[in-house]
Design a protein around this ligand. Structure first.
Ligand code: HEC
Length: 272
């Protein structure tokens, strides 16, 4: 009796699990000749058609980026003004910008280039002056710019999260060259980026415990925002546009029938 009950209770779950498994397999099937494993689909707050980014996560993610990733990676397409209304208010973003020194685009009166505190319109400064410096500091591997990273890789935000949490000991038989680390999500399995995150590495302003997974999740969401800062506005605008279009279609349909009814029902008779 008990076992029958149990099996009856379990059956829908089994079916659901099967469906999920086949959906997951369809989403990112691992092929035998792949040299990396596909990231899972984790499900993010912004995935829904009407959902926005989790702004608290973006703010925490920025903290992780700033304190950890920015020593090697740039976010060259993000300006300080992009933070206004997202992670900082205007005064906060100005104060943040002032903490950085940038070279002014114009020389001073003596023709010399000069440094000044950054302003809202400046891009977020990267760690290196040029590619060669980046490569020299990382054993020949260039840390790529992260501002469009979630758009540039298969798996997008899921890939970034999987990569950051995917470091493991290299399996028997896979010897890595010095300066490379085993990460099965990276194509080829050997990545030149040392595992960047460690538990407790960041002290979150909002008191969230800074575990590796928490930081990886937050910084992934931050990078997804960097790649699509217009995301929330776009969805909001989409709702407005669809509503107005639907109204417009309704009115047009009604008006068309109204205008055409007399024309279409008109009867012309010729009399001799
Ligand atoms: C010590 C320097 C260093 C730090 C710190 C660092 N990275 Fe990297 N990262 C690298 C290097 C070097 C590469 C290039 C790896 C390669 O091509 O083998 C890289 C590559 C990447 C890639 C691209 C992988 C790909 O598919 O090409 C991502 C994404 C990434 N890093 C994210 C991050 C994030 C997020 C952080 C902060 C949590 C971070 N990195 C911190 C050095 C660093």
């Amino acid at each position: 009796m008990l076992s029958r009950l149990a099996s009856r209770a379990l059956r829908p779950h089994a079916v659901a699990a099967g469906l999920t498994a086949s959906a997951a397999a369809g989403a990112g099937a691992a092929l035998c000749n792949d040299d990396c494993i596909p990231s899972l689909s984790y499900g993010w707050p912004q995935d829904g058609a009407l959902s926005s980014f989790d702004h608290a996560a973006i703010r925490r993610g920025f903290q992780v980026y700033r304190q950890v990733c920015s020593s090697c990676h740039s976010i060259q397409y993000i300006s300080f003004r992009n933070f206004v209304g997202v992670t900082h208010d205007e005064a906060g973003a100005k104060k943040l910008a002032e903490e950085f020194e940038v070279t002014d685009a114009q020389p001073n009166d003596d023709g010399e280039m000069f440094e000044r505190p950054a302003k809202l319109f400046d891009r977020y400064p990267g760690p290196y002056r040029n590619e060669a410096e980046g490569r020299a500091a990382n054993g020949g591997a260039l840390p790529p710019d992260l501002s469009l990273m979630t758009k540039a890789r298969h798996g997008g935000i899921d890939y970034v999260f999987a990569l950051l949490t995917g470091y493991a000991d290299s399996p028997a038989g896979k010897d890595l060259l010095p300066g490379l680390y085993y990460n099965p999500y990276f194509a080829g399995g050997a990545i030149a980026m040392p595992p960047p995150l460690m538990d407790g590495q960041v002290e979150y302003e909002d008191g969230t415990p800074a575990t590796v997974t928490q930081m990886a999740k937050d910084v992934s969401q931050f990078l997804a925002w960097c790649a699509e800062p217009e995301h929330d506005e776009r969805k909001k605008f989409g709702v407005k546009a669809v509503t107005v279009l639907a109204l417009g279609i309704g009115i047009t349909a009604y008006y068309k029938r109204l205008r055409w009814a007399p024309v279409k029902t008109r009867k012309i008779t010729y009399m001799e």
